[in-house]
Write a protein that binds this ligand. Structure first.
Ligand code: COA
Length: 301
């Protein structure tokens, strides 16, 4: 990956050049300690923890211009971080696209830094999450504790995931975790998601310690097969490939996200006919790699 030959370097430098001297000093002072605190927080189940850790280092007075400057500084050093990670070519080849997207976002950004974007940019610019496909990122370390599996059984959703969890090695950690990037959704389709899972399989192949890959979303909810059939592949393809699903339950954030883009889902939610529920999709490494191998074999025919 040769970021230094692209125009993105100039874009990140321009973001820094816009800073006042005191903002620049703030960025400079926070760069190293904030990166260390973010890396410490990254294995937590909460995707946003690194951003919160960075905010704690920056202090309450930090402006969004400082936050953007910090991301630009880290982005300029991203190739060096990535070089230490021994990532597979499937990930590396996505970096030019993702860095270009980030450079364009920072160049155009004004006003508030949406917290979800900030949380994603902290992880991405520090290589705590890496590109999976055009619209998906992968966290390199995420836990799956037994608590969620036990709750699934206790709440009457069946024993299946318990057996699958034990078979996958229960205490084995960490897992990869996939997330959607809402700012650039051109790969939010069946092929784009298959690409993301295939990338996760390649990372698992190069890192034997990984237990597999997880994802958590309202869009794995079984009733969507009926009410939003265009999203059914998100649940059915992993299941066909050997994943299993753990019930997480309803919640304000899931309702809000499920109702965001679809008028028909929003109407069902508003009328009480549908309650959005989040599920944890768990794809153990053995099954994930086998699925990716089959996909490659089909592509060769
Ligand atoms: C996740 C998300 C990107 C999926 O978007 P999507 O692929 O367009 O699928 P949706 O089911 O949400 O579709 C939204 C609307 O776009 C339209 N649409 C989507 N794809 C279409 C297509 N190919 N042709 C025509 N219309 C289409 C439909 O009108 C649909 O509304 P409807 O269900 O009333 O018919 C979107 O729901 C979203 O941004 N949600 C909020 C953020 C979020 O949940 N992120 C994931 C966090 S886990």
């Amino acid at each position: 990956m040769d970021l230094h030959l692209t125009s993105d370097v100039a874009a990140f430098q321009a973001v820094l050049a816009r800073l006042s001297p005191s903002d620049w000093a703030h960025v400079d002072a926070a760069m190293e300690p904030a990166a260390a605190k973010a890396a410490e927080a990254a294995p937590h189940w909460d995707f946003e923890m690194p951003a919160r850790a960075v905010d704690a280092v920056l202090g309450a007075s930090a402006s969004d211009a400082v936050r953007r400057g910090l991301i630009a500084s880290w982005a300029l050093r991203l190739p060096d971080r990535v070089a230490t990670l021994a990532l597979p070519p499937e990930v590396l080849s996505l970096y030019p696209y993702w860095i270009e997207q980030l450079a364009a976002f920072l160049t155009q950004a004004e006003g508030d830094y949406d917290f979800d974007h900030w949380a994603k940019d902290v992880r991405f610019s520090l290589a705590l999450s890496v590109p999976a496909a055009k619209s998906q990122v992968i966290d390199l370390s995420s836990p799956v504790g037994p608590g969620q599996i036990i709750k699934h059984v206790r709440d009457g959703w069946g024993f299946g995931p318990l057996f699958r969890y034990l078979k996958a090695g229960a205490k084995r950690e960490p897992w990869l975790e996939v997330h959607t990037e809402s700012r650039w959704l051109r790969g939010f389709n069946e092929e784009g998601w298959n690409d993301a899972w295939a990338t996760a399989a390649e990372i698992c192949r190069t890192r034997p310690e990984l237990a597999g890959m997880i994802g958590s979303s309202w869009f794995y909810d079984p009733p969507l097969t009926e009410i939003s059939p265009r999203l059914a592949h998100l649940r059915l393809n992993p299941l066909k490939g050997g994943a299993f699903m753990v019930h997480q339950g309803p919640g304000e954030i899931h309702t809000q996200r499920a109702a965001t883009a679809s008028a028909s889902r929003k109407a069902l939610i508003d009328s009480g006919e549908y309650t959005a529920r989040s599920w944890l999709m768990v794809w153990p490494r053995k099954e994930l790699i086998a699925w990716a191998d089959r996909r490659k074999a089909v592509a060769l025919v």
